[in-house]
Write a protein that binds this ligand. Sequence first.
Ligand SMILES: [Fe+2]
Length: 212
Amino acid sequence: MGYVECHCHLLPFVDDGVKTKDQALSVVASYKEAGFDTIVTTPHLYNPQVATQVNHIRGMYNWLKGECSRIGIDLILGSETYVGSSYSPKNIPFLGNFVLVEVDALVEPLFLLNYAYTLIKNGHYVILAHVERYNWFSETSVVMNKLRDMGVFFQSNSDAVLDGKVDSYIEKNLIDIIAGDNHGDIKIPGQLAACMQLHPTILQNMNRLFNK
Ligand SMILES: [Fe+2]
């Protein structure tokens, strides 16, 4: 049974992730070597700081899925959907019902409560990406606690876990998922696998969530 990477940017010519097909293949090979058998690639959607070539997503995904299947990796298409206050974005859910969302780092996203509520009501599981990046995210944040009560899952990036930045959240069982948020670095798969070994409870939780 292999590990799951559920947040990364491995489609070339799409967003600020990998730049070339060769780079995508190297990164995928490094996931294989580190013991992963499932990768969810999550191109940015609606992020105001990232220009996403949405028209390239399907073609690049189909190409990379074929390359991955040759080495025994299941590549799944998802998205990392930026949610703002003034619109209701569409997203690409993965494994049928998981939705990965990100928000602005500085402003406490009250609007996310509505957005997440609607998704959950419609049968989705909501994952909030890289929670360590948000200034507003804390154990006393009203929004954080409401999201938690609603059943939103919190994801942390492997570099934050290894740097000890989320230790207090992990101690309080606030981190459900660790992911690489890989934009083209062949070292991240090994680091992410090390995180899983360091935190077996989170790994078990992820395996249960993703039906592994
Ligand atoms: Fe990301």
